[in-house]
Design a protein. Sequence first.
Length: 240
Amino acid sequence: MGTIAIGDVHGCLEELDELLGLVLPRRHRVVFVGDLIDRGPDSAGVVARVRELGVPCVMGNHDDKAVRWARHEARRRGEPAYTNPMRMSNDRVAEHARLSESDMAWLGTLPLVLDLGGGWWATHAGPEPRRPWRRQTAAALMRCRWVDGAGMMLRSLDRPDGGFHWAERWAGPESVVYGHHVHGLDAVRIDRRPGGVTCAGIDTGCCFGGHLSAYVIDTGEVIQVKARRAYAELRIPDDA
Ligand SMILES: [Mn+2]
């Protein structure tokens, strides 16, 4: 049985259901690379669907932020003097309120990485190339995009001068399937690294009007559906 990884869904339930119609008949193992929620029209519906499927998902930075914000809110309700130190837009607060407590608790259990076997790992954003897989940080695994020549993570939304995407510097030996960074709205991004290492970036920006992509780990085949429309603007900051 092979494995199919599905990219950042970001609340795009209609597109997810269309993609599942293409993916599920293959009877492969299905995994999600995180960021199930925000930006698209139905975060709660997407979480419900993934929970119904009972398949694994890694923790995305949006999933993580929602969980941490909800924990602060719970504490604030119990301690009137407590102030939630995190910011969240009113739209996001309303969208997250549609998630049940059980959904939010489930999001809080998502792992940072999944071992898919065969030398492949799934994570939301990516490893920091200067560190071996076992010493990666949560910050990198949920947020890494750009790195310097030494493989150190840089905090930038846009490619810095002289910077690289981490997948251009990752030496393995693990192959990685990941989301988080929209390399383009159509094609998935495949980096073939020395030693037979592959990095597969499969967030093709469905919520931005691109595609929702599924990647068949064993064959490299890509299964895609087109976004119904753009639900958000591509250039908004990642944690906005
Ligand atoms: Mn993300």
